[in-house]
Write a protein that binds this ligand. Structure first.
Ligand SMILES: [Fe+2]
Ligand SMILES: [Fe+2]
Length: 392
């Protein structure tokens, strides 16, 4: 248990060893944050993943008997936060489950297949706990339709659900006790993998956050922000506006090193123009890491060989992921190699990059079998052209 303010506690769980969060690679683990607010009425904000139920209950019991809880607020139906809701409810016979109308209500009923003691709220709803009150701020699609932030007055503590989260497991609970380099990198990775498709909704959530002037921000994952609020809020400003910097990513996979040689030549060309460039081989870099690197990059070049008249499957998987995330305002380029099927990989990459919302360069660079020195020079030149577009 960690005290946040008078009568406000973190009672969540720490998942130190989690390395895969439905495909999102989490090298630093994560936490499932739950918060307890004590007043005349007692509220528990969120539960934890069902695997960590006993850890949650042990922390709650450090503060009070769970049977005293009056409200169980679900800020988000996703099972890492509501997964132990039914088990917790069994310990809190008088508790009502507070959820956002429609999507929250329907989502919880559909997950738990049982009649829950629901109390629905919407934008502008408040709930008095005695001397203090909770107000509810739905932020649909950041990241599920039912996400809502909860604001505690007069303490000015904002429970921000998916906003400002980071997948890190730490023994520290606050930003000012933690490694800020790690937190900001993980907050960026979280934004890129979870919130990227919804910049408009996230910008609205940020606006609402700024208007509330919170003293502490308590997200669903990772540490709480109290010492470096301007830093995380400014970062969300940049990300929701889609701000980029002169940086390119070259992402490829390869069978017999032809596409790899092309990728390396592209990197050389980009770097020759003084533009920062990052190279990822899809055989060794995971998708969640790559899109974190893409977040503030201005351009993305993707390369693939042909396998059975198709893209190499890891490249197809990356492009599928990218189409879901829809990164806006970036330049795209395609390259690749082939044997006897023709240059279909480059065409397919260009199509997918356009569908993902990138502004795709016309140039097509497809090499048969192994690139000649002249063809590698053409790759360097494409890299230079891309870098000039980035600078221009
Ligand atoms: Fe979550
Ligand atoms: Fe979520």
């Amino acid at each position: 248990m960690t005290r946040i303010a008078e009568g406000v506690f973190w009672v969540g769980a720490i998942d130190w060893t989690l390395r895969d969060f439905h495909g999102y690679v989490t090298p630093h683990g994560t936490t499932y944050n739950a918060y307890l607010v004590l007043d005349e009425k007692k509220a528990l904000i969120d539960t934890v993943r069902s695997s960590h139920f006993t850890e949650l209950v042990a922390r709650v019991k450090e503060v009070l008997d769970p049977g005293e809880i009056d409200y169980l607020v679900s800020s988000h139906v996703e099972p890492d936060h509501s997964g132990s809701l039914a088990q917790v409810l069994a310990l809190c016979p008088k508790a009502q489950v507070v959820t956002v109308e429609r999507h929250g209500e329907q989502g919880l009923q559909k997950y738990f297949h049982q009649k829950l003691p629901l109390m629905t709220v919407k934008e502008g709803s408040t709930l008095s706990l005695g001397k203090r009150s909770l107000s509810f701020i739905p932020i649909p699609l950041v990241h599920w339709p039912d996400n809502m932030m909860v604001f505690l007055s007069p303490d000015a503590v904002l429970f921000s659900t998916d906003c400002y989260g980071q997948h890190v497991a730490t023994s520290t609970r606050f930003d000012d006790q933690s490694d800020m380099g790690l937190l900001m990198a993980e907050a960026a990775k979280y934004y890129a993998n979870i919130i990227f498709p919804y910049p408009t909704q996230a910008a609205r959530a940020l606006e609402k956050t700024l208007a509330l002037q919170p003293k502490v921000i308590c997200p669903s994952h990772g540490v709480m922000w109290r010492g470096h609020l301007p830093q995380i809020l400014e970062a969300y400003g940049r990300w929701t506006r889609g701000e980029t910097r002169p940086r390119a990513l070259v992402v490829y996979d390869t069978m017999w090193h032809s596409t790899e040689a092309m990728a390396l030549a592209m990197v050389e060309g980009i770097a020759q123009e003084g533009v920062e460039v990052v190279l990822h081989n899809l055989g060794s870099s995971d998708l969640s890491h790559i899109v974190a690197d893409l977040l503030e990059a201005r351009a993305l070049a993707v390369g693939s060989p042909i396998l059975n008249n198709n893209l190499l499957p890891p490249v197809a998987a990356f492009l599928t992921y990218l189409k879901g995330l829809r990164p806006r305002g970036k330049i795209g380029a395609a390259f690749g190699s082939f044997g006897w099927g023709g240059a279909t990989a480059v065409k397919a990459i260009k199509e997918d990059l356009a569908l993902a919302g990138l502004e795709v360069m016309e140039d097509e660079l497809a090499v048969r079998f192994s690139p000649t020195p002249e063809e590698l020079q053409a790759c360097r030149q494409l890299g230079q052209k891309l870098a000039q577009k980035i600078k221009g």
